[in-house]
Design a protein around this ligand. Structure first.
Ligand SMILES: C[S@@+](CC[C@H](N)C(=O)[O-])C[C@H]1O[C@@H](n2cnc3c(N)ncnc32)[C@H](O)[C@@H]1O
Length: 433
């Protein structure tokens, strides 16, 4: 396919997405199945155009004065890809499969894609209804934080220390030019190509042998700050596919016991195979069994309970830009209610003197600090450990992390702009003896 035909395809896919509210990945897959002539390079480039357009939807619409899929893609080519009007006109030349030529209005708008007078939620490319909440967290930096969330994310890997050293894993993947992480000693970072396409890491021998896992550096840091110690008893209450369970097992050097639970048995399914691949031997998966209390024997016995809570995912907008425009006030209300309930449930498993780690991939105080304050009001025997203390689990890079992240009494907030990671909130609380 020509570059112009790829642009036409991206416009078509965004139109399909607007017509039927479905996840973007499914829409891209359907398009690939019904256009089998498109090779993998074409599909990746088209996906890159679609994701980039979703990342910059508000600013592209403002530049073009329209929300139409064609306007959004053309606007994104100017704002994110930095193409000038002449370059865009060369793609939109009405040749076979190319977009129709630019109208006079489009030409005028693309010649001056300035957003200087646009409101903050347009310049920062986030939903207008979330402005007050984000502004509450970031103050004057809200636009810069939004812009960093509207950029592409790199591909982060975590080296599984049960199977490899960072040096060995880096050497095994040297053809992908991985860089060490900034804060996590286990992180390797792979920068994406110009189309935003990630290499197929899951086909690499190092991945197949369990030496590396795909995991954002922010998620890696969250697990390290929870500080699971070898030989202790740990409950991962919302384990899902087990990203943090696997890291806990490695940090504990397979010593002690981790109980991995999730309310949704389907979420736990990939964990079984991942545990085997990673060489993990100290995890018991406690799947839900209807109304049976499958964790009752753990009450009051855990050294550490992790609540990696269901949340709005506002910290992951770089990777899930369609989620940014789908999130609704009702979903935020639902998530905050769930979080309060799970946190309260989690407290019963923590032994006196034990710790409770609360993690979200949200940036909103409603899901972060406010939850911790509410918990402290309900359970006065729990108090947050000061962030200056929790960062020490990272060793020397912890000091740099504390300076870079947004620290509060309740915990630490990582953001793409501040720490180069996805947005993550981490609070570690201790239960009084
Ligand atoms: C952020 S995800 C977990 C991600 C996972 N820990 C990881 O690192 O890959 C949140 C999980 O919480 C689970 N969940 C939601 N409500 C729950 C509840 N009441 N108790 C336990 N898990 C719950 C969801 O099914 C989901 O898998």
């Amino acid at each position: 396919m020509t570059p112009a035909a790829r642009i036409s395809a991206a416009i078509e896919i965004l139109a399909a997405l607007a017509a039927r509210s479905r996840p973007v990945a499914d829409t891209l897959k359907d398009w690939g199945l019904s256009h089998r002539f498109a090779g993998s390079g074409d599909r990746a480039a088209i996906a890159g155009l679609v994701y980039d357009t979703l990342r910059r939807r508000a600013s592209a619409a403002a530049v073009m004065g329209s929300e139409a899929p064609r306007a959004l893609v053309l606007g994104m080519l100017a704002t994110l890809r930095g193409l000038d009007v002449a370059a865009i006109a060369r793609y939109a030349d009405d040749s076979r499969f190319a977009p129709a030529p630019l109208s006079a209005d489009e030409e005028a708008r693309l010649a001056n894609p300035s957003l200087a007078d646009a409101p903050p939620f347009v310049r920062g490319d986030y939903p207008q209804w979330l402005h007050a909440s984000l502004r509450h967290v970031f103050g004057e930096d809200v636009v810069a934080e939004g812009q960093a969330l509207a950029a592409r994310a790199p591909l982060d890997l975590r080296v599984n220390s049960l199977k490899a050293t960072p040096e060995a894993a880096r050497a095994a993947l040297s053809h992908l030019n991985p860089e060490p992480g900034r804060y996590s000693p286990l992180a390797l970072r792979i920068v994406l190509d110009a189309d935003g396409k990630a290499p197929p890491v899951s086909a690499e021998p190092a991945f197949l042998h369990g030496e590396v896992e795909v995991q954002d550096e922010g998620s890696q840091i969250a697990a390290i700050l929870a500080q699971p110690l070898p030989g202790t008893q740990v409950l991962d209450l919302c384990a899902g596919a087990g990203g943090k369970t696997l890291e806990f097992a490695a940090l504990m050097d397979n010593k002690g016991q981790i109980y991995a639970h999730d309310a949704d048995i389907r979420r736990l399914k990939p964990l079984h195979e991942r545990l085997t691949r990673a060489g993990v031997r100290n995890v018991q998966v406690r799947s839900p069994r209807g109304a049976e209390p499958v964790l009752a024997d753990l009450e009051g016995h855990m050294d550490l309970v992790l609540v990696d809570a269901p949340c709005t995912g506002t910290g992951t907008w770089r990777r899930n830009p369609d989620a940014k425009w789908r999130v609704r006030p009702g979903a935020l209300a639902q998530r905050t209610a769930e979080q309060a309930k799970i946190l309260e449930e989690a407290t019963q498993y923590v032994k006196p003197g034990g710790r409770l780690a609360y993690v979200t991939c949200s940036l909103l105080d409603e899901e972060n600090g406010a939850q911790i304050r509410a918990l402290m009001a309900k359970c006065p025997d729990f108090a947050p450990i000061p962030p200056a203390e929790t960062v020490l689990a990272l060793g020397t890079p912890g000091l740099a992390l504390k300076d870079a992240a947004l620290a509060s009494r309740e915990g630490l907030l990582l953001t793409p702009r501040r720490t180069g990671t996805d947005g993550f909130f981490v609070s570690v609380l201790r239960r009084a003896v």
